[in-house]
Design a protein around this ligand. Structure first.
Ligand SMILES: Nc1ncnc2c1ncn2[C@@H]1O[C@H](COP(=O)(O)OP(=O)(O)OP(=O)(O)O)[C@@H](O)[C@H]1O
Length: 265
């Protein structure tokens, strides 16, 4: 057992007034080197699971722990990156990142230096003094990631972080995230609707299905480590093993959808 992991233990969540649980008996262990991706259709409980790990939503049953300590609410040890960034429009790029450091009581000169180093890590050194409203969607998400890295977090929890980006920018952000993952040593939990994104990034991929929200399959794709070892992204995404897994996941999702449709008919 991994004692340093971020773990969900048989977690169920039932929202008031809902006929069935949003999550039923979900267990997950995100170890220090892990990039765990939750994939599934709308309503399968992905965001609920992220909110439980973040401490925003308490489980109705089960528990969540980080390195063995119970999670009872939000904490600086878990940084959240949302699909739509929450940048502060009156601050420039550097100060949006430095703000997270100011909250930790870091002095002005040091927080500017650290913010600039984090912006360099996400490829935005040149944009440090730009107002955030001048940035593209991909650049805004980079600022969001730099800001998450500025917190003393041990885990990044990412809710569809690239969902609003075009396909090309999205692929760039996926490889950027793998670089950040390697350099920062943070464990990552990421949710997505996108099968290729999930397969490319995940060290562990959990496939979820609704009605009630649950994990129906777990696989360890291994393509992210191959990319970090030097294999080109396009070669990996057209690798027969990648395509076979993509088709398998599509098939499994379709079977679960049919089963759910029958139950609700
Ligand atoms: N605050 C809430 N109150 C009541 N029901 C909720 C609440 N949040 C989510 N739900 C319900 O719980 C179920 C799971 O929702 P959740 O947002 O976790 O799924 P999801 O897989 O993230 O969906 P999406 O991909 O569309 O964001 C859905 O049926 C949803 O309507």
């Amino acid at each position: 057992m991994d004692d340093d992991a971020l773990r969900a233990w048989s977690v169920s969540v039932r929202y008031p007034g809902q006929p069935e649980p949003a999550l039923a008996d979900v267990s997950l262990s995100i170890g220090p080197q892990a990039l765990t991706v939750a994939l599934g259709p709308s309503g399968c409980g992905k965001t609920t699971l992220l909110n439980v790990l973040a401490g925003f939503v308490p489980p109705s049953q089960g528990r969540v722990t980080l390195a063995g300590a119970p999670i009872t609410g939000p904490g600086a040890d878990r940084a959240v990156v949302f699909q739509h960034d929450a940048l502060l429009p009156w601050l420039d790029v550097r100060d949006n990142v430095a703000f997270a450091l100011e909250l930790q009581g870091v002095g002005r000169r040091e927080r500017h230096a650290r913010a600039e180093a984090l912006l360099a890590e996400v490829g935005l050194a040149h944009a440090a003094r730009q107002p955030v409203w001048t940035l593209s969607g991909g650049m805004r998400q980079r600022v969001g990631i730099a800001r998450a890295l500025a917190s003393p977090s041990r885990a990044l929890l990412m809710d569809e972080p690239f969902g609003a980006l075009d396909a090309f920018t999205r692929e760039q952000m996926q490889t950027l995230l793998l670089e950040v993952w390697r350099h920062s040593g943070r464990r990552i939990f990421l949710i997505t609707h996108d099968i290729e994104e999930a397969l490319f990034l995940a060290t562990e991929l959990v496939l979820m299905s609704p009605g009630p929200g649950r994990i129906v399959e777990r696989i360890e794709p291994g393509f992210s480590r191959r990319w970090l070892a030097g294999e080109p992204v396009r070669a990996l995404k057209s690798d027969p093993a990648f395509i076979a897994l993509r088709e398998h996941l599509l098939d499994t999702l379709a079977r679960h959808r049919q089963a759910n449709d029958k139950e609700t008919a």
